[in-house]
Design a protein around this ligand. Structure first.
Ligand code: 5GP
Ligand code: ZN
Length: 109
């Protein structure tokens, strides 16, 4: 996806603060954080949104949630919110699937 900002972040063409990475996904700090901890978890594969996921991608979706759990454990977060914005009407601005991990609480970052 040539003009996708998150594909460029994943390829390292646009700088970001990466906090977690596996073969299939990457997690990085949101550039405009809405909470003390605001991390975006995105698959390396370009998928536009939850509307576009296929049956074959269900493992990937599971991996995204497990990554959120691992990041929260690493940062000792006591509580957090996980959010997918879906479509413009759902508040999605960047058309590359990403899970928001938001927490007011960052005991050890
Ligand atoms: P959405 O509204 O699509 O669910 O969320 C997109 C998020 O991406 C927003 O919270 C926004 O601050 C973040 N964002 C947009 N552009 C960049 C960027 O270039 N780098 C990073 N790290 N985050 C970005
Ligand atoms: Zn993309």
């Amino acid at each position: 996806m040539q003009d996708c900002i998150f594909c460029k972040i994943i390829k390292g063409e646009i700088p970001s603060v990466k906090v977690f990475e596996t073969e299939s996904l990457v997690a990085f700090n949101d550039i405009n954080p809405k909470a003390r901890v605001h991390i975006l978890i995105a698959p390396k594969k370009h998928i536009e949104s939850i509307k576009h996921i296929q049956e074959t991608e269900k493992d990937l979706i599971g991996e995204i949630f497990l990554a959120a759990k691992k990041i929260a454990e690493e940062k000792n977060l006591q509580g957090y919110k996980l959010l997918f914005n879906v479509g413009r009407e759902g508040g999605q601005i960047v058309d590359h699937l990403h899970l928001h991990l938001l927490s007011p609480d960052a005991i050890s970052v």
